[in-house]
Design a protein around this ligand. Sequence first.
Ligand SMILES: *[C@@H]1O[C@H](CO)[C@@H](O)[C@H](O)[C@H]1NC(C)=O
Ligand SMILES: *[C@@H]1O[C@H](CO)[C@@H](O)[C@H](O)[C@H]1NC(C)=O
Ligand SMILES: *[C@@H]1O[C@H](CO)[C@@H](O)[C@H](O)[C@H]1NC(C)=O
Ligand SMILES: *[C@@H]1O[C@H](CO)[C@@H](O)[C@H](O)[C@H]1NC(C)=O
Length: 965
Amino acid sequence: MKIHHLIKISQYLLLLLCVLGDIGLTASTGMKVKLICIEEERQALVSFKQDLTDPSGRLSSWAGQDCCRWKGISCNNQTGHVVKMDLQNTYFDSMDYEEYCLGGKINSSLLSLKHLYYLDLSWNNFEGIRIPNFFGELKTLRYLNISFAEFAGEIPPSLGNLSNLNYLDVRPFSLKMYSKNLNWLSHLSSLKYLNLDGLDHNSSTGWLHVVNILPSLLELHLCDCRIESLPLSLHRINFTSLLVLDLSFNDFNISSFPSWLFNLTSLRKLVLRENSFSCQIPDKLASLKSLEYLDLSDLGLKGSGVPRVLGNLCKLKTLGLRGNNFDSGGIEEFWESLSNCTNNTLVLESLDLSNCGLKGQLPPSLGMLNSLQYLDLSNNHMNESIPQSLGQLSQLVELDLSLNSWDDILTEAHFISLTKLKRLSILNYIEKPMSLVFNMSYDWVPPFKLHKIEIRNCKVGPHFGVWLQSQTELAHVTLSRTGISDSIPKEWLLKLSSQLEYLDLSYNQFQGRLLSQKLMRFPSLISMILDHNQFEGPLSLWSTNATSFDLESNLFSGPTPNLLELYLSENHFNGTIPPSICNMQYLQVLSLRSNHFSGEFPHAWSSGSQITIVDAAYNNLSGNIPSSLGELSNLQILKLNNNNFGSKIPDSLQNCYVLKSIDLGGNKLSGSIPPWIGRSNVSMLYMLRLRSNFFSGHILRQLCNLGYLHILDLSHNNFSGTIPSCFNNLTSLVRDDSNKSHRIYNEQTMLTLKGEELVYNTTIMLVKSIDLSSNNIEGEIPQEIGSLTLLGTLNLSRNQLTGNIPSIVGNMHGLETLDLSNNRLSGQIPQTLASLTFLAHLNLAYNNLVGRIPLGSQLQTFTDPSIYMGNPSLCGVPLPTKCPGDDTFTATDAKPSNEDGSDKLWFYVSMVLGFVMGFWGICGTLFVKKSWRYAYFRFFDDIKDKITLAIVLKVARLQRKFSRV
Ligand SMILES: *[C@@H]1O[C@H](CO)[C@@H](O)[C@H](O)[C@H]1NC(C)=O
Ligand SMILES: *[C@@H]1O[C@H](CO)[C@@H](O)[C@H](O)[C@H]1NC(C)=O
Ligand SMILES: *[C@@H]1O[C@H](CO)[C@@H](O)[C@H](O)[C@H]1NC(C)=O
Ligand SMILES: *[C@@H]1O[C@H](CO)[C@@H](O)[C@H](O)[C@H]1NC(C)=O
């Protein structure tokens, strides 16, 4: 998936957020009265229909004489005039949504419907056309809903002629719609409902003044309109009857609440989330006594604890404060004032205090919120215990206590009356394992039937108790790192299998032959994560559409299931990889690493495939690398390392334009580096690892064109010739732009850094290494290499290099490992080496170096003489050979400068942050939505990439569902 698609999709999702809660659309029921249709109007409708496209035949009833009986048409029961046309596509939540969309053109014959007061074309697809200008002539219209109908471009100002309009909804959904100014609105003096969510008002500063002319306005929706200006004061406010005001997801950047807001005393719903209000919540908010719904999430609000004033709004049903900075305060004050409301019974239904920096304890009287349905306290610093009165929240449907500092034992009492609970989330920090313990008796049957359970890093085991077994309506299960060492009850899984969408049982001790049930089908499964358990036995076949599997680190064995998108890494699968894998149309990730697969790698890849990642490393595969892999135009990562592949790298791979990582190390490949690597079509490589093969020939200059390359490992081959002098063109090693290439897969790569072979996975994007060791490279070390200031590892050992060590090496400030041993280097060790503050591993043994080992700084820490061994003419510490005139040697006490150290640390931190922010910039809005929540937590976990992928896949579905990008 391309980034701009993601951005686009995240925009849709943003809009979805604006929509949430507004989807309760009313289906119109036609009047069943005998009516005679007026012929002229019938003809108008026929013309109107002719210009429409209607793939699903929704308008098939539009035949015959009596147009008043046609679907979507209503007539006045006295006059017979068509008064209402409701062609909303009500299939907007179906997978086949697009099928049901009307499209095409809108015929101006509509103007013949002289009595039309109601027109609804929403959720259809009129992509490619603007809202027709002539709509402004439908003067009788009182209701106009053309939302989500994919009109684009400028809203015709002629709509301002519809002076009878009460209701106007023009939300664009995915295409850009704008209005140069909103002056046309000022004529709509009857307007009660106005929804312009998602419209681009970028340039429109006077919006508030225009809206202020509309005295009848009851609802105003301006979510996600990119408005920047929010006047803080108004001379006089006109729309005081306003009931609903939604200004969320705009670009307001202000430091106090606008004063006119407090005059809107009728307001029932106020949504300001996702703007920047860097201030405290003012006490004046108490004047909005009628508020039932208040969403101030992600506004950057400050304060110490949840402010008292919010507790005075006794009619509040929904309070959203997520993502503000109520640092170090608690909820006591709020609780006190809220307790004052009890006289008229507490109506609060939804309370979101997540991610607010709250401290302290939950009040023991928590149970008094007897209407509460939704409680989110996640991501705060709440500590100590969870009051037992939690168990009295008998209306509670969703509870999220994740990411706090609880230290408690949850008992049956905590859940005793939660009969309506459907979603329970307690995802704990990895650093605070098991500080929360579920202590229920083995056969306790809870009063709830959950749809979603998420528990991580809490102690639930060792048994899979009846309280879990009795949860047979689950669609989402996360029970990760919960200390369960039990077998999974087959009946339980069988009952869940039909509805299960997400199953994560990773990092437990689950045992047994989990999935051998022939009957087991998972038709709804999206992701299954079973890694790090002790599941065993063969995997039988389920019919499923799942898009992601992770069975890593288990004891699975036997033949591979003949299916899908697979993470089967680190198991005991054997035999050949089924060739049918090539036919899996939607397969995107094929991860077979570390199994016992043998024989040839499947050959029948075709261009229809969507594969982005092929990882078959650490198996016993042999034969050629199939040239049909070149058909995989989406291939980004190719890992076939540590097998027995022979012959050459197929040239067809040059068609994989988006290849980012090639690892073919540890095979029997020969030939030279293909000249196409480094040509502009394959230029996104960040890793090229060919080590331990039989490659020969020169190291081509083309490699220098790989601006993203930061891991080059050609070691243990038969390369000859010289080191290209153009390595300074490897910009990724010169400038800090490596975070442009985001990791998309948990790539495991063995690299020799700091003198040890280490497996890198999560940190691979930070590794910057050139390893050309154990070849036959000759000539001098080119000066240009000194420009690689970010390079961490340079290993040129075991070659035939001659000449001096260039003193410019002292410029390579990032260098941690420098191995030049076993060459024929001569001359003195340059003094500049002493300035390499991070150098932790140095080896210059077995050369012809002469003279004194330089003193100072970092070099003093290398006290092992073996790193200078085999250079008979070297002298000085730490060698036993003293240099001439060295009798009175005293060590200089130069200390490594710490300044640079913290610089470097900071550099890495900001790089990681860059990655995180980059990700958030694109997908961040996904997390706002509740159902994407788990993604957020997983993102910060060590296996975040699978979920990134799961998001992408899920978004892809959404994309297929809603758009034609
Ligand atoms: C005609 O329509 C009006 C308003 O739509 C309704 O109140 C009335 O009951 C209808 N009359 C008949 C006979 O259906
Ligand atoms: C308030 O509305 C009235 C009636 O539409 C209008 O005449 C007046 O100018 C409006 N006031 C402001 C401040 O816009
Ligand atoms: C708000 O209300 C107060 C008193 O009710 C009034 O004095 C003030 O002018 C109003 N402000 C606006 C902007 O209408
Ligand atoms: C509760 O209400 C009383 C009377 O209305 C008021 O005096 C008191 O200050 C309120 N307490 C809190 C905590 O708001």
